[in-house]
Design a protein around this ligand. Structure first.
Ligand code: SAM
Ligand code: SF4
Length: 334
């Protein structure tokens, strides 16, 4: 038996999020600037390297693997990687293989993803209005994403919508989004906007719409109860008693979820970030490429987990984005 990955604060690391590309076919205003410079291909982990990396984490106790990006489904050959990961589901070592996607390629890949063992996916969708969708994603088109969501549901996958709460943008759609998700038996989670990367002149503080406020709006119309579900991450869940709907609230800025944090992230270049809100990271690509033996990689993984910080420093309270981290979300993977 391998000894599991336990960090200095006695948290077992069982959840790995892996960014497989920094590229994307959208340019969401809170995530990227319009003219992004992407990494040279040689810096990215190859699909074989991604397999080795993830398989080592699974060997060391990771039970849940979430694939993200950039847009994971624009990475060439990505289905080969999903197919390869399904062996860990079959062996029982991995309990869940999942992904976060903008939905643009789902029409094409939904049934292949299901065949690889993906049963739940997160689709990011901030508005149900065609024009506003084009505005927020710059390059995205809503009908394409809708066809993707249809295909995912047809294939048998459970869909969760992730909506970034944006002041003055989708505040007016709160109940439209909630009702649309209820009508399609889709889960819904709202995310507070986080201060990530240099994305041009968007002002993230004015974009910030507190989920406390969002919840209060829901309470005007529904009986809202807190649920005890805790996934070890920043999401808290509430239920709307009248519809039975469960709604997630991800509040990385206004809540401290760090004490139960069970996750680490790998960037598309093989860096490990043990905290989304901190700059601290270690390189795993070097040890991975240095030898075909996994011993060096395991030492590097354990050393990185040994440096996992207790928590993050995001703080909007003084109306400055204190604790801001300089990398883009598309680099670390959201
Ligand atoms: N391209 C995929 C997608 O959009 O779902 C996966 C990567 S994307 C970086 C992952 C999630 O991060 C998306 O739900 C997106 O809305 C969210 N995100 C990006 N930038 C963010 C920010 N500054 N604050 C909060 N969430 C952000
Ligand atoms: Fe692309 Fe996702 Fe970032 Fe939007 S949030 S630009 S879809 S990576």
């Amino acid at each position: 038996m391998e000894s599991p990955l336990i960090d200095p604060f006695a948290r077992a690391i069982t959840y790995l999020r892996v960014s497989v590309t920094d590229r994307c076919d959208f340019r969401c205003v809170y995530c990227m600037s319009e003219n992004m410079t992407f990494l040279p291909k040689k810096d990215l982990l190859t699909l074989e390297e991604l397999d080795r990396m993830c398989s080592n984490f699974v060997r060391l106790g990771v039970e849940k693997l979430r694939i993200t990006g950039g847009e994971p489904l624009v990475r060439r050959g990505i289905m080969t990687f999903f197919d390869a990961m399904s062996r860990h589901l079959e062996s029982g070592a991995l309990k869940e293989l999942t992904l976060t996607t903008n939905g643009s390629q789902l029409e094409k890949y939904a049934s292949d993803l299901y065949a690889a063992g993906v049963r739940r996916i997160n689709v990011s969708l901030d508005t149900l209005d065609d024009e506003k969708f084009a505005e927020i994603t710059r390059w995205g088109r809503l009908p394409q994403v809708m066809r993707g969501i249809d295909a995912a549901q047809r294939a048998g996958m459970r869909v969760k919508i992730n909506t970034v709460a944006l002041a003055g943008f989708n505040e007016v759609e709160l109940f439209t989004l909630q009702a649309w998700c209820a009508s399609r038996d889709i889960d819904l989670t709202f995310i507070e906007v986080m201060p990530m990367g240099d994305i041009g002149n968007e002002d993230r503080i004015t974009q910030y719409w507190s989920l406390k406020d969002l919840r209060a709006r829901l309470e005007e119309r529904f009986t809202v109860s807190d649920l005890a579900d805790n996934t070890g991450g920043p999401a808290r869940y509430i239920r709307l008693e009248e519809t039975g709907q469960k709604i997630g609230l991800i509040t990385p800025l206004s809540h401290n979820f760090c004490e139960s944090c069970n996750r680490v992230r790998i960037t598309c270049t093989g860096e490990i970030y043990t905290c989304l809100g901190q700059e601290g990271h270690s390189d795993l690509r070097g040890p991975l490429r240095a030898s075909s033996d996994d011993a060096q990689l395991e030492i590097a993984i354990r050393a990185a987990i040994g440096l996992k910080p207790k928590g993050h420093d995001f703080d909007y309270s003084r109306q400055t984005a204190a604790g801001q981290v300089s990398r883009h979300m598309s680099h670390t993977g959201g």
